[in-house]
Design a protein around this ligand. Structure first.
Ligand SMILES: [Zn+2]
Length: 208
């Protein structure tokens, strides 16, 4: 586990996407979990960290590089696992994914193969404090139910944007479900002036 700033660690065992641990008081919250192939390593890393109680896991969106290890983490810790309501409906097959690429991914069962934890829905139209000072904020675009997490001026943005040279930019267009939503989400992140941005891929960075 690598300290990003006091109170925030990045897990070194999570493969595929970043997983961040937020420690607040006697609680801890995990943001994303990495691929399923790193699940046992992620559980071991969390156990070795002797953390305060892991109460909640926030999944920024339904892609397997973020959701993959969540079921194993829930089994090991009993944590509540949150995901945006729209992403839950798509993951469960109640609704179609909005892009052709992801529909193909679901059909090929590449997305569907991830073992799912018991999921608690985040509202897609309102912020929600999932744990004291840890707030899930709707951030659609990359996926319909994408959320970011805000904690004490730090923004954990999942795949709502990438950060390059201190600037927010779009992920490749193929991966974006709704371009207008993605534009609005990036603008909202910039306006909120986070002191640090922790993305789903790449390194945490300050915006210039
Ligand atoms: Zn990702």
């Amino acid at each position: 586990m690598r300290e990003v700033i006091p109170g925030v660690h990045r897990l070194t065992s999570a493969r595929g996407g970043n997983a961040y641990l937020i420690e607040e008081g006697d609680q801890a919250v995990l943001v994303d979990t990495g691929l399923r192939s790193s699940a046992s390593a992620v559980v071991a890393e969390l156990a070795a960290a002797r953390l305060r109680k892991l109460t909640d896991v926030v999944l920024t969106h339904y892609d397997p590089d973020h959701v993959g290890a969540a079921a194993a983490v829930q089994r090991a810790t009993g944590a509540r696992v949150w995901l945006g309501a729209a992403d839950i409906r798509i993951l469960r097959g109640e609704e179609d994914a909005p892009t052709r690429l992801r529909r193909a991914m679901f059909r090929s069962r590449w997305l569907g193969r991830a073992e799912l934890p018991e999921l608690t829905a985040l509202p897609d139209d309102a912020e929600l404090e999932v744990a004291p000072t840890v707030v899930a904020v709707p951030a659609p675009g990359h996926t319909p139910g994408h959320h970011l997490v805000r904690w004490r001026g730090v923004a954990f943005i999942g795949d709502s944007a990438r950060v390059s040279k201190g600037r927010l930019g779009h992920l490749p267009g193929l991966l974006i479900s709704d371009r207008a939503d993605a534009d609005a989400t990036i603008a909202a992140i910039a306006v909120s002036r986070p002191r640090l941005v922790c993305p789903g891929h790449g390194s945490p960075a300050r915006l210039t």
